[in-house]
Design a protein around this ligand. Structure first.
Ligand code: ATP
Ligand code: PRP
Length: 221
């Protein structure tokens, strides 16, 4: 049996569909209920539905053998797991954004509101920019509007949230997508099953753009 941690919410449905089309369906997942564990004995998979930012914890500690997490979560928390596959779904980017008339006054510390403290620290550290990080858990776009921060570093997908709050993206920090990750010990002990699942998943993912590098090598923070 392969234990799989799936992210609830916006990524979850897409991810589950990918598993199902790759040959690992678990029909009861689609029923309207509050269950968190689903098992398909025949396909040899057991799914756990967890909060997206918790997937890497379940996998790192071996409660799940594999899981799917956004690259943002992997960069922020650097869990000790193997990153097996870029699923090329859940695509978005992490960006710096601010009010439209914002000009960076480099003489003073820049106030940055974000959910992603570690990514932000490294990004501005590499640029030698002094910052004050304001850690928020949601509605990040409110911060510059209420003068809680000068800029935000947050996920941008369609750009609608920025637009509807009169903000604009200034710089892209890193492109993001969902990744298949594995617990290191599970990958040794269940290697043939995990590798088979991985190659079946790979065949179902949307193809990576021609000439695209792995995002790891693009990561310039
Ligand atoms: N518009 C978007 N906003 C946020 N994340 C997105 C978006 N589009 C794709 N993603 C990806 O989906 C993943 C899960 O995002 P989601 O918003 O469902 O989680 P969350 O509610 O922020 O998680 P948690 O509550 O655990 O912090 C993110 O880690 C990111 O990689
Ligand atoms: O570019 P867009 O398509 O508008 O998507 C980006 C928005 O989506 C996410 O917020 P989420 O819906 O997760 O809400 P929260 O962070 O405020 O909880 C993210 O933090 C942005 O606010």
């Amino acid at each position: 049996m392969i234990n799989v941690a799936l992210p609830k919410g916006r990524l979850g449905d897409q991810v589950y569909k990918l598993f199902a089309t790759a040959g690992f369906p678990c029909p009861a997942v689609e029923e309207d209920n509050r269950k968190l564990i689903f098992e398909n004995q025949q396909a040899g998979v057991r799914y756990f539905w967890v909060k997206p930012s918790d997937v890497a914890i379940y996998v790192e500690r071996g409660a799940a053998d594999i899981g799917v997490a956004g690259k943002d979560i992997l960069l922020e928390y650097t869990p000790d797991v193997y990153e097996l596959l870029d699923l090329n779904i859940g695509k978005c980017r992490m960006a710096v954004a601010a009010q439209k008339d914002f000009r960076d006054n480099t003489d003073r510390t820049l106030r940055v509101a974000t959910k992603f403290k570690n990514i932000v620290r490294e990004y501005y550290g590499n640029r030698g920019r002094a910052i004050d990080i304001i850690k928020l858990n949601g509605s990040i776009e409110l911060a510059p509007i209420l003068n809680l921060s000068d800029v935000i570093v947050d996920i941008v997908e369609t750009g609608t949230t920025l637009k509807e709050n009169n903000l604009e993206a200034i710089e892209t920090v890193i492109p993001l997508s969902a990744r298949l990750i594995a617990n290191k010990a599970s990958f040794q002990f269940k290697s043939s099953r995990i590798e088979r699942l991985c190659s079946q998943m790979k065949a179902q993912c949307p193809p990576l753009e021609k000439g695209a590098c792995t995002y790891d090598s693009d990561f310039n923070i």
